[in-house]
Design a protein around this ligand. Structure first.
Ligand SMILES: [Zn+2]
Length: 236
């Protein structure tokens, strides 16, 4: 296997559900995020690897061994937060040790990109444990791989959940993460070929027009703004 530039980690899994609130288990969304980002990285030609592709239990040691052995430069560990139902917004966490690839800068770019999509910006931080090492094992036990933990939002917060519950919104956050990653690593970012293919459901917006020329005019305006349009003729 070629050395991947990035390994995407789906936090938790199997008997470890992670946070759960409003009928959602964190482990399902982290898997969705990592799979999505892994596949999109492939699409962009970025050497990529993934920690788990299924709903399996991974303790700290086997999980970090996969990350270490991958030889990846970066690991992005995907999570959704829960706290006291009051906290909200995106958080990213980098190691207390300064690596050669500026994972603090990457953590900042990802958090800003996600907040630009509509999540509140909460913080970008690193945390030292009781000894001289990182508090989080994804930083402490992944060796030279520079790990950034991404907490997309709080699933136990009503405001955050009300956005996150929509898959198309979560996908926007994943795309923002990938865009920030590409920017940081000098890879070319492109929008997905098939944004509709990845969605289970999607919505259409209708604009009423009384004449064909009026319909063509508003369709053109929408096209100019990047929307796909089509015109349908209906009888009264
Ligand atoms: Zn988590």
């Amino acid at each position: 296997m070629n050395k991947p530039l990035v390994i995407w980690d789906a936090g938790h899994g199997g008997s470890d559900t992670g946070a759960h609130a409003f009928g959602t288990k964190e482990k399902d969304w982290t898997l969705e995020a990592a799979l999505y980002l892994h596949n999109r990285s492939k699409e962009l030609g970025i050497p990529t690897h993934i920690v788990r592709e299924k709903d399996i239990t991974l303790e700290a040691l086997p999980r970090t061994t996969i990350v270490k052995n991958s030889g990846a430069t970066f690991c992005i560990s995907c999570h959704f937060n829960a706290f006291n139902s009051q906290a909200k917004g995106v958080e990213t966490i980098y190691s207390i040790f300064k690596g050669s690839h500026d994972s603090k800068g990457l953590a900042e770019k990802i958090a800003y990109a996600i907040s630009n999509e509509g999540m509140d910006f909460r913080r970008v931080f690193s945390r030292q444990g009781t000894n001289d090492f990182d508090y989080y094992y994804m930083h402490r036990m992944t060796g030279k791989v520079e790990t950034v933990i991404v907490e997309f939002g709080f699933i136990d917060n009503e405001g955050d959940y009300d956005k996150l519950r929509f898959k198309e919104f979560r996908i926007k956050l994943y795309e923002a993460t990938l865009r920030a990653f590409c920017e940081h690593t000098g890879n070319l970012y492109q929008l997905p070929n098939s944004s509709i293919d990845v969605l289970d459901e999607y919505y259409k917006v209708q604009i009423f027009a009384g004449s064909l020329s009026g319909a063509e005019k508003v369709a053109q305006e929408a096209e100019n703004k990047g929307f796909e349009t089509f015109i349908v003729k209906e009888k009264k």
